[in-house]
Design a protein around this ligand. Sequence first.
Ligand SMILES: [Zn+2]
Length: 388
Amino acid sequence: MQEAPEFITKLIREYYRNAANIAPAAIEQREFGFGNYEKKISQRHFAFGSEKELKGYLVKNAPPYVSYSAAYYRYPDARPMETKEWHGAELIFDLDSTELNLPCQKEHGSIWVCKDCLQGIKDETIKLIEDFLIPDFGFSEQEISINFSGNRGYHLHITKPSVLKLSADARKEISNYISGMGMDFSEFFPTSGTRGAKLVGPKPDDAGWGGKIARSFVASLEKGPEKLASLGIDLPTAKKLYAKRALIELGIKGGNWDMVYIKKKTEFWKRISDKQAIMQSDMIDKSVTGDTSRLIRLPGTIHGETGLIAKKIGSLEELKKFDPMKDAIAFRNGEGTVEVESAMGFQMNGRTFGPYKHEHVRLPTYAAVYLILKGVAKVPSKHQQAPA
Ligand SMILES: [Zn+2]
């Protein structure tokens, strides 16, 4: 989309006029970037000395995308980058539902986001916090700030002082660890190379990846043969494992992975472990985590592809209850008629809309804006009133 209808620009302007607490911590050390409907960051190297200055800019320009640097600089508006004087950067994790490769995505494509996508990426975000960031890296909940991206994912910012100076390489190592890259199977199964030896492996209460592999396999085992088959296990073997699940679980609890006969057991368990690592953690955009001068959506601002707020979420507990299609709605007032080309059914603010096909529909403003910005609806060309 080249330009949004004028009424959306007005809504965005009004939103910023009323917005409170929109400035990030240390605003004067942050670089800002803004986007248009063609490009999410079309200009960067902006700096603002105060919330009032930032707000003034947002009200004047009503940009559809607002980003800021995870980094702190002495001269955030200097260019080229080297002259900004980097003082450190928050550690960022960018989780996007398109990386989940869910079956629904084949049906609705990559622009549309359905409730399965939103639930799936929320589950992964919770898992990243609960299974990795807190137990393996020792971050406290207070050091992890959680933000809805405004469209189809979540951004986590680690603000702990000790991570701020981490190099790009150290950041890449962290994301590699989380995605299980370079994981050495023999480390978790120390007897795997020894002929005739009992296969000793990780226990569910082990720290780090070993424990995750054990817990995740036990969880799959309890879910049944089909879940096991999704790990790449052939169905007869999956059924055999499921039938003997009580025995296998008992073994794994004590670190014995040899309770049932498996042909080529070492290769078998290695494959299963690798597969689980991928399923647990392939959705982090590593290029974001590894980039120390990345611009990322400013919490509290509007996302130009949805009209939703890139909303800051107060806690892990709040994240578990968070429904973006309800809690991140910006334009709650008014309604209007739009001409929908084609839209799947969707839920917003607890209401179900659509599916629609080549029709004029009267909708609450937030739903009309959502469809227009997703590129599936427009303001009717004549004889119709624009939403207001
Ligand atoms: Zn979906």
